[in-house]
Write a protein that binds this ligand. Structure first.
Ligand SMILES: *[C@@H]1O[C@H](CO)[C@@H](O)[C@H](O)[C@H]1NC(C)=O
Ligand SMILES: *[C@@H]1O[C@H](CO)[C@@H](O)[C@H](O)[C@H]1NC(C)=O
Ligand SMILES: *[C@@H]1O[C@H](CO)[C@@H](O)[C@H](O)[C@H]1NC(C)=O
Ligand SMILES: *[C@@H]1O[C@H](CO)[C@@H](O)[C@H](O)[C@H]1NC(C)=O
Length: 381
């Protein structure tokens, strides 16, 4: 459906394979300094490179990735913090909880008491196991959480279910599945069956987590994958300056169904509460009104050179844009820290009427104890 064979095609595929779009990653999940008490006992993070803080094993992003992070922090797929960090910071933590694969007995002490949490997200991960053949698809991440919980119990932690029920379960995944679909050249006639596979797997994992004690789900939907610099660059080869609409349609269709499926689940699982934060609507909003959002450039990668910052990839020694914060995108597919921070604030606290979250925002998800409202309305509308 589109000419992917650009000069940098191979490098791009590698980048895509380890990553995806605007969301998050971290290292130390201890409560922020001094007297700040986090809003929740712990955050458990699942997903892809938008959330990854070091679960990639032999591949870790290197500078200029992470240039704006404090010294000693594992680089994320961004210039600074990612969405998992930005949200964790709003909850009163220093950053995302640590990467599961980085844990040691010493760093696990609080975690086994149900405090702080763990980040299982991994770049390249998909909702489907077959996406990129990633090492750590969502299914495996959920298994790792089950292992963490088993260890908590074994460790003699009391009240573990009470702590888990108050903790945030943050999931941001699906972008890699979309890219996989697009780059395999699959047809739009396969949208419905693809969406069905994605959602049946996604809801299965949410149910598994619920069975393990999760009650508060903060979900981030799929961003407009057709608007990332990589896709704009591909279209520019055909003389077009726009987002790739088929890719966006694929993401938007998934997002709509995700809302419906979550409403159904919340209706059937007692005590389940959720909020869907819309990465799709945030990026669309920033793209439509860059100045209002404080961006100078919403189309190009800050890290990279040439057209859309895509002719030279984001590798060591490449030139980056002078002001990282004025770009929506850091590289071919990932957001800057500025985007994650702005997005997290909207998802956390913006009025629901702005449509960046539904049916409640993250603050309501974590502070109220009422059942998620309008879950039932959504079902009947
Ligand atoms: C709980 O875990 C900590 C840290 O891994 C360990 O030092 C401690 O011995 C464990 N306690 C029990 C009862 O297993
Ligand atoms: C999950 O996705 C696979 C395709 O990768 C599909 O065969 C399966 O039916 C989906 N649903 C569940 C619940 O496994
Ligand atoms: C973008 O969001 C702002 C609020 O942050 C809102 O005032 C504006 O109407 C939105 N624009 C679009 C196109 O969604
Ligand atoms: C939010 O969504 C509703 C329903 O789709 C729509 O009527 C309303 O105009 C939207 N609000 C904004 C600020 O875009």
């Amino acid at each position: 459906m589109m000419g992917v064979r650009v000069a940098t095609g191979k490098a791009l595929m590698i980048l895509v394979a380890v990553s995806i779009i605007c969301a998050g990653g971290g290292v130390v999940a201890s409560p922020a300094a001094a007297e700040e008490v986090p809003l929740v006992p712990a955050v458990y993070v699942f997903g892809d490179s938008t959330m990854d803080v070091g679960n990639l094993g032999n591949f870790t992003p290197s500078p200029p990735y992470g240039v704006d992070l404090p010294l000693g922090i594992v680089p994320r797929f961004s210039n600074g913090y990612n969405m998992a960090d930005s949200i964790s910071r709003l909850l009163g933590f220093d950053m995302s909880p640590p990467a599961y694969l980085s844990l040691t007995p010493e760093t696990s002490v609080e975690i086994l008491k149900g405090l702080g949490g763990v980040n299982y997200a991994s770049g390249g991960s998909g909702i489907l196991d077959i996406t990129h053949n990633a090492d750590l698809p969502l299914s495996k991440q959920v298994e790792y959480f089950a292992a963490t919980k088993a260890k908590m119990i074994e460790n003699g932690t009391v009240d573990i279910d009470a702590l888990l029920s108050k903790s945030l379960f943050l999931i941001s995944d699906g972008g890699n599945d979309m890219f996989d679909f697009i780059f395999k050249g699959r047809s739009i006639f396969e949208f419905p069956s693809f969406h069905r596979d994605l959602l049946s797997n996604y809801t299965k994992y949410v149910q598994t987590l619920y069975g393990l004690g999760a009650r508060r789900f903060g979900l981030i939907d799929v961003p407009p994958v057709g608007c990332v610099p990589m896709m704009r660059y591909i279209l520019s080869k055909a003389g077009l300056d726009m987002c790739e609409r088929v890719a966006n349609g694929l993401a938007e269709g998934f997002n709509k169904k995700l809302s419906i499926e979550m409403a159904k689940l919340a209706h059937s699982l007692p005590g389940m509460r959720y909020s869907v934060g819309s990465s799709y609507k945030l990026v669309t909003n920033y793209t439509a009104h860059p100045e209002a959002a404080g961006f100078d450039d919403v189309k190009s990668a800050c890290c990279g050179g040439g057209m859309f910052g895509m002719e030279t990839l984001c590798v060591p020694d490449v030139t980056t844009c002078p002001n990282h914060d004025d770009h929506l995108f850091w590289d071919a597919v990932h957001c800057t820290q500025a985007t994650s921070n702005k997005g997290a604030e909207a998802i956390f606290a913006a009025p629901v009427g702005l449509n960046f979250t539904a049916p409640i925002n993250f603050k309501q998800l974590l502070l109220d104890d009422q059942p998620t409202p309008s879950a039932v309305n959504l079902l009947t509308s």
